[in-house]
Design a protein around this ligand. Structure first.
Ligand code: ADP
Ligand code: ADP
Length: 220
């Protein structure tokens, strides 16, 4: 099953306790909003799930397995960590072709994800001239290349204009509608309240509230 399980993660950076018993589950078919102030531990949690940081305690599983034990991780998990690290001289299309090649995918899949992310028209321009919003789209395109059932997106709304925000909401809903597990972080509840079906609210490295949005709205 396409799930993300975060189980009692603890992580210290020197004097800072970044994660203090972080626990929650992301289910398939849901957009799970991961919301909390800057410094709450959202990025660190995602990095631990992706095997980029080691936790001091606890476990993180993707589809029931640690990320590092997946044989073909990019076909299981797509991630947007910060607006695509780009080589400014490279075009968006070349950037994706290079990533696709490393996953054994071809140009047809690159053109598909360019279409999905609305970048087809600008894909042959140098990325150095891209706005932050275009970089976010390119980061999403890269995350979708392997058609993964699990997505972790860190602040995907950053840098998007109002039209881009509406587009991102529809994209996320569509991806969850296809049965994917989608975890989306934001420091702004307003970005997630119309997008997420589940909310995991965090502060100081732990979960403060974990609820379906429907249950939350019926309670207020
Ligand atoms: P969020 O994504 O919710 O803004 P982060 O996970 O980035 O939060 O950060 C959680 C805490 O851990 C913050 O206090 C941050 O400064 C600290 N932190 C994160 N990464 C590092 C690092 N590599 N070295 C030192 N401190 C870090
Ligand atoms: P639509 O007909 O509105 O595009 P789809 O069911 O084809 O609806 O897609 C739902 C959402 O998922 C769309 O927003 C699309 O961007 C995205 N999507 C569709 N196919 C794929 C795919 N193969 N890989 C990644 N994302 C996809």
């Amino acid at each position: 099953r396409a799930t993300i399980e975060v189980i009692g993660l603890r992580k210290r950076f020197g004097p800072t306790l970044a994660l203090d018993g972080m626990s929650f589950t992301v289910q398939p078919g849901q957009v799970t909003g991961f919301v909390g102030p800057n410094g709450a531990g959202k990025s660190t949690t995602m990095r631990v799930v992706l095997g980029l940081d080691a936790a001091d305690k606890g476990r993180a599983l993707v589809g029931g397995r640690p990320y590092r034990s997946l044989s073909d991780p990019l076909r299981h998990v797509g991630a947007l960590l910060d607006a695509a690290a780009l080589q400014p001289g490279r075009t968006a299309r070349n950037h994706l072709l290079w990533l696709a090649h490393s996953q054994g995918l071809g140009a047809a899949r690159v053109d598909e994800v360019l279409e999905l992310t609305g970048l087809s028209g600008v894909a042959r321009r140098r990325a150095g001239g891209y706005s932050l919003g275009m970089r976010q789209r390119l980061g999403i395109a890269a995350a979708l290349l392997g058609d993964p059932p699990v997505l972790l997106l860190d602040e995907p709304f950053n840098g998007l204009d109002p039209e881009g925000i509406v587009w991102m909401r529809e994209l996320l809903a569509g991806l969850a509608g296809q049965g994917r597990a989608v975890l989306v972080s934001s420091h702004l509840m307003s970005e997630l309240q119309d997008t997420a079906t589940q909310l995991v609210v965090v502060g100081r490295g732990r979960v403060i509230a974990d609820t379906s949005v429907a249950a939350l709205l019926s309670a207020v």
